[in-house]
Design a protein around this ligand. Structure first.
Ligand code: DC
Length: 220
C-alpha cells in the first residue's frame, strides 16, 4: 500500500463527514476522495446505458470502465464521460440508485483500485463508509464520525425546509434508523468503525470542534 498519508473519515450520512472531509482537505492541502460520488456515478452511467441496477455483473463492468473526473479548485466538479454532472448526482434518486449498486460486491471490487489511486502526494482525505475498514486499512489516521439519529434527522429536516419542501421530522428519523440498520447489517463492507478508528460523536459539537479534534489526531 502507498506511503502517502491518508486520513479516512467514515460514518453514516448526516454525520457531517462530507463537510468535515472537505474542510480538512482544504486546510491540509491534501487531495480528496468522495467515494460516495463514485457509487453515484456508477449508477448514473448504468442507467444511461439502459442497464438494470440489479444486474451486478453488468453494473460492475460499467464501474470498471467509468470515465469519471473530479476537477476544479477543490476537486468538487464531477464529470461523467466529459459532461458536468455535479448537481445531477446529488439528487435523492441518484442517492437511492447509488445505494443499490453499492450493495453488489462485484461493483465494490471494481471500484477498489480506482479509489486507492487517489492516494497521491502530499496526502489524501478519504470520505465514505468503508475507507478505514476496506479501502485504506493502513491509513495514517482513521476517524468514524457519528451523530444520533435525532440530530441527523433534524439536519435533514432543516435542509428540506430550507429548500421549501414538505417534511415530517418523525418520519425522517424513522427512515434514518431503518437505513442505519440496513447499512450496518449488509454482508459486504457494512458500515462500522475500523478497530483502530477514533469515534467522534458530532451530535453536540460544532464543525470547528470536530475539525480541531481530527487535526489533533493528525498531530497538527
Ligand atoms: O455518501 P453518499 O451519500 O454520497 O453515498 C452514496 C451511497 O453509496 C450510499 O448509499 C452509501 C454508498 N457508499 C458506500 O457503500 N461506500 C462508500 N465508501 C461510499 C458510499
Amino acid at each position: 500500500m502507498s506511503r502517502v498519508p491518508v486520513l479516512t473519515i467514515d460514518g453514516p450520512s448526516g454525520s457531517g463527514k462530507g463537510t468535515i472531509a472537505r474542510l480538512l482537505a482544504k486546510q491540509l492541502g491534501w487531495h480528496m476522495l468522495d467515494s460516495g460520488a463514485l457509487y453515484r456515478l456508477t449508477a448514473l452511467a448504468a442507467r444511461r446505458r439502459g442497464i438494470d441496477l440489479g444486474d451486478a455483473e453488468a453494473v460492475a463492468r460499467v464501474a470498471a470502465a467509468l470515465d469519471a473526473r473530479f476537477e476544479g479548485e477543490e476537486e468538487t466538479r464531477v464529470l461523467l464521460d466529459g459532461e458536468d454532472v455535479t448537481l445531477t448526482i446529488r439528487s435523492e434518486e441518484a442517492g437511492a440508485d447509488a445505494s443499490k449498486v453499492a450493495a453488489h460486491p462485484a461493483v465494490r471490487e471494481a471500484l477498489l483500485e480506482r479509489q486507492r489511486r487517489f492516494a497521491q502526494p502530499p496526502g489524501l482525505v478519504a470520505d465514505g463508509r468503508d475507507m478505514g475498514t476496506v479501502v485504506f486499512p493502513d491509513a495514517l489516521v482513521k476517524i468514524y464520525l457519528d451523530a444520533s439519529a435525532e440530530v441527523r434527522g433534524e439536519r435533514r429536516y432543516k435542509q428540506l425546509k430550507d429548500k421549501g419542501l414538505d417534511a415530517n421530522l418523525g418520519q425522517i428519523i424513522e427512515d434514518i434508523r431503518q437505513r442505519d440498520a440496513r447499512d450496518m447489517q449488509r454482508p459486504v463492507a457494512p458500515l462500522k468503525p475500523a478497530a483502530d478508528a477514533y469515534v467522534i460523536d458530532s451530535s453536540h459539537l460544532t464543525v470547528e470542534q470536530v475539525l480541531a479534534e481530527c487535526l489533533g489526531r493528525l498531530g497538527r
